[in-house]
Design a protein around this ligand. Structure first.
Ligand code: ADP
Length: 161
């Protein structure tokens, strides 16, 4: 049986930590859909289209990964995609509580969907989209934690302000 996994997130922007998780998920599941959450209530740095483009540009080398976006309930989207699995990444214990709660909530809503956690590489354990944006904004070095194309977009996005 073919197993499709959805890897949802804000990806604002995608970082090497996200890419690491998507690559590892792709080695386990037949298909992985990296799915950008459209959240009208949350102000994002990049538009959904830009976030999808960056994800496509940086995950093009992984054949069984596709990029999509969604709004509404995650479990509805996962069902609509006929996927059986939600993938999330864990960086530290601080991620665990939130992720655990969300996984339990999703199980309550959709018992047939399984949440899988993939542990990050230690070198990305401190990397988050928000820290990348902040460090870049204040002139710090982010080239080690985001792909080149994302770095270029950060320059376009913030140096034009
Ligand atoms: P969300 O707003 O849904 O948390 P993010 O884009 O911040 O979206 O994260 C999506 C998923 O990727 C989450 O499971 C998060 O824990 C995971 N993640 C984020 N950064 C990293 C990283 N550096 N290493 C591993 N997993 C990560």
């Amino acid at each position: 049986m073919k197993v499709t996994a959805v890897y949802p997130g804000s990806f604002d922007p995608i970082t090497n930590g996200h890419i690491y998780i998507a690559e590892r998920a792709a080695a386990v599941f037949d298909e992985v859909i990296v799915s950008v959450l459209v959240n009208e209530r949350k102000v994002s740095a990049f538009s959904v289209e830009e976030r999808c483009e960056m994800a496509r540009e940086t995950l093009g080398h992984v054949k069984n990964v596709t990029v999509d976006s969604f709004n509404g309930l995650l479990v509805d989207y996962v069902r609509q995609k006929r996927a059986g699995v939600i993938v999330r990444g864990l960086r530290a214990m601080s991620d665990f509580e939130y992720e655990f709660q969300m996984a339990l909530m999703n199980r309550q809503l959709a018992p047939e969907i399984e949440t899988f956690f993939i542990v990050t590489d230690p070198k990305y354990s401190y990397v988050s989209s928000s820290s990348v944006r902040e460090i870049f904004h204040f002139g710090g070095t982010v080239e080690d934690v985001v792909p080149r194309t994302v770095y270029e977009r950060l320059k376009e996005r913030y140096n034009d302000e």
